[in-house]
Ligand binder design. Structure first.
Ligand SMILES: Nc1ncnc2c1ncn2[C@@H]1O[C@H](COP(=O)(O)OP(=O)(O)OP(=O)(O)O)[C@@H](O)[C@H]1O
Ligand SMILES: [Mg+2]
Length: 295
């Protein structure tokens, strides 16, 4: 498999800070992979995103050791504008990243700066709006959009530069459950279209539905690079206290504590419900409805 992102022994220190925020981090992301990144607040998740996108060191300077390669380009060696063709980013706050007064202006802003041909820009706008579920919103004023719509516009905006890789740094943390579901629907569509995605989020349940791999950061180090299934198959008692367990993992813990079940169960809701039905027998309908009652 060809590699989209390769991070080699990356350490980083912001200017005027004695701390190393990232410490000797190495990983690779294949084309079309969707990788989740989790870690406690302040661990350096956004800093890692800035390194992947080339914001570090081109916009935010500091002391970089090691290398970041994006589609075989060393992000340190090319200007930030050039990196934008390969990797896009959507930040946490939908308000702060939208510059256009209308959806059309917003979408055209980046590619016009890059001097993309106008007809190509016009062709791409409705295509991407459809992809993020905003078909027909081209002439809409951006201030009239809901939080979820703004965040999906930010995704479309990032994709206007044709990147094959998209970083989503807590794209749903400011959103209500409906906005969150709208954004996750778009993420699932992007995944289906083969976009490589790096996703930072605290909402582990929603993440589990889309990610192929999970990277866990603690104390500036990459301490896990695994699949979500393997991650939750282990006994996590006393570990990663900052990580909210998926509801079904919490339910499994209760069932284990009361002796109803032994061994690990699936962290994926539907699989868990089936396993629980089997385990609890034919009278399990009421249990399993309670277990699966979230959605
Ligand atoms: N531009 C900056 N200049 C100096 N220090 C910074 C800068 N941005 C972040 N930091 C510091 O680097 C550390 C890591 O911050 P970062 O924002 O990467 O963490 P995070 O894991 O994304 O946190 P959160 O979960 O709160 O978003 C923090 O101590 C933060 O104060
Ligand atoms: Mg952050």
């Amino acid at each position: 498999m060809s590699q989209s992102v390769r991070v080699e022994k990356l350490s980083f220190q912001y200017n005027n800070d004695v701390r190393w925020i990232l410490k000797n981090i190495s990983f690779q992301i294949g084309e079309g992979d969707v990788v989740g990144v989790v870690g406690p607040s302040g661990v350096g998740k956004s800093t890692l995103c800035y390194c992947l996108k080339g914001i570090i060191p081109h916009v935010l300077p500091g002391n970089v050791v090691g290398d970041v390669w994006v589609n075989d380009i060393n992000t340190r060696e090319v200007p930030a504008g050039k990196i934008a063709e390969h990797i896009g980013i959507v930040f946490q706050d939908p308000e702060s990243q939208i510059v256009g007064l209308t959806v059309e202006e917003e979408l055209a802003f980046g590619p016009e700066n890059m001097e993309d041909p106008p007809e190509e820009i016009r062709r791409r706008m409705p295509e991407l709006l459809n992809l993020v579920g905003l078909g027909g919103y081209l002439r809409q004023e951006t201030y009239k959009l809901s939080g979820g719509q703004k965040q999906r516009l930010a995704i479309a905006s990032a994709l206007m530069m044709h990147p094959q890789i998209l970083i989503l740094d807590e794209p749903t943390s400011e959103l209500d459950p409906i906005g969150r579901e709208e954004v996750y629907r778009s993420i699932r569509d992007l995944k289906r279209d083969g976009v490589t995605i790096i996703l930072v989020d605290h909402h582990i349940e929603e993440m589990l539905d889309v990610i192929d791999r999970l990277l866990v950061l603690e104390d500036g180090m990459l301490i896990e690079d695994t699949t979500p299934r393997q991650f939750f198959a282990r006994d996590l008692t006393g570990k990663y206290e900052w990580l909210r367990r998926p509801q079904v993992v919490q339910v499994a813990a209760v069932l284990q504590a009361e002796g109803t079940m032994e061994g690990r169960m699936s962290p994926f809701e539907q699989e868990f419900i089936e396993e629980a039905r089997e385990l609890l027998g034919p009278d399990s309908e009421s249990h399993s409805t309670a277990v699966g009652g979230k959605r």
